[in-house]
Design a protein around this ligand. Structure first.
Ligand SMILES: NC(=O)c1ccc[n+]([C@@H]2O[C@H](COP(=O)([O-])OP(=O)(O)OC[C@H]3O[C@@H](n4cnc5c(N)ncnc54)[C@H](O)[C@@H]3O)[C@@H](O)[C@H]2O)c1
Length: 265
């Protein structure tokens, strides 16, 4: 089920990173259904064509795609320059993320650096490259980061990922304080366990390490979630629509947990 078709974001343009699949793609679709145009960026150039075809089937002709590594500052600046020379952007969603299932003491420095580079530095680059241009143009808007429940509480085998997502919430709070007076509201969504390529790969890896089946692991996770099931990307996307639209006009500096009650279960 998606958030339905409406006009909460008519006339707005959104830039979404990590949007070729999963949560980012669902956010792009939800924004389109609310009347926005979207620019979807992803490091995976091959998946971008399929993403554009899917999004064009929802609303034809309102999607652009761009191949981009969010950890690349110069490339992001070039993309931002091009977009602001062609109408600008109102809503920025730094969402690209990667994960490695490793104990802290077994996390090699290259893995640590790449996760921090993509999840935290990449989010910083995306948010600030676009915010600088929004401020210069006197343009109000929204920045909505994708953090995680692991950005609020650590757990096993998640050191680099959790550190990056905690860091993102700190960054979000600072930018929220600095930019709200300029009409740019900055917040986070913190998804719980959401059906996606990332989660399915994590189930497979955990199942392999624990010597159990991925389906048994999935059932154990679902049993821990008070609403009794994993979330869908569409269910999480609704939180972004709320924060991006006029419904969220008095919300700044917040982490909206969308986890089916996992945190309290
Ligand atoms: N699925 C979950 O349960 C869950 C829970 C909490 C938070 N999250 C976060 O949600 C975000 C989206 O995750 P998802 O579940 O949709 O995963 P996903 O793996 O399906 O999608 C992630 C996307 O990011 C892209 N990407 C990776 N590195 C990139 C880079 N350097 N530059 C640009 N794009 C890059 C990938 O190609 C992919 O399309 C991530 O930040 C993730 O940490 C996911």
């Amino acid at each position: 089920m998606n958030v339905g078709n409406n006009s909460l974001l008519t006339g707005k343009t959104a830039f979404i990173t990590g949007g070729a699949q999963g949560i980012g793609l669902a956010v792009a679709e939800a924004f389109l259904r609310q009347g926005a145009g979207v620019i979807v960026a992803d490091i995976d150039g091959r998946s971008l064509d399929a993403a554009r075809a899917q999004l064009d089937s929802v609303t034809p002709g309102k999607t652009e795609v761009v191949a981009l590594d969010v950890a690349d500052f110069d490339a992001t600046e070039r993309v931002a320059d091009t977009l602001f020379a062609n109408g600008g952007v109102d809503i920025v969603v730094p969402n690209a993320g990667i994960l490695a299932l490793k104990l802290g003491i077994e996390t090699d420095i290259a893995t640590w650096r790449r996760i921090l580079d993509v999840n935290l530095t990449g989010a910083f680059i995306t948010a600030t490259s676009f915010a600088r241009r929004m401020v210069a143009a006197g343009r109000p808007g929204r920045i909505i980061f994708t953090s995680s429940i692991f950005g609020l509480r650590g757990g096993r085998e998640n050191s680099a990922y959790s550190a990056s997502k905690f860091g993102m919430i700190g960054l979000m709070q600072c930018l929220a304080a600095e930019l709200a007076g300029k009409g740019i509201l900055v917040n986070c969504v913190c998804p719980g366990q959401i059906e996606s390529h990332m989660l399915h790969a994590l189930f497979d890896e955990r199942a392999r390490l624990q010597g159990v089946s991925a389906s048994a692991l999935r059932e154990a996770f679902e049993a821990r979630i008070p609403v009794g099931k994993l979330g869908t990307a569409e269910e999480v996307a609704a939180s972004y629509v709320y924060l991006a639209s006029d419904l969220g006009r008095y919300v700044a500096g917040q982490s909206l947990v969308t986890d089916g009650g996992w945190q309290v279960g």
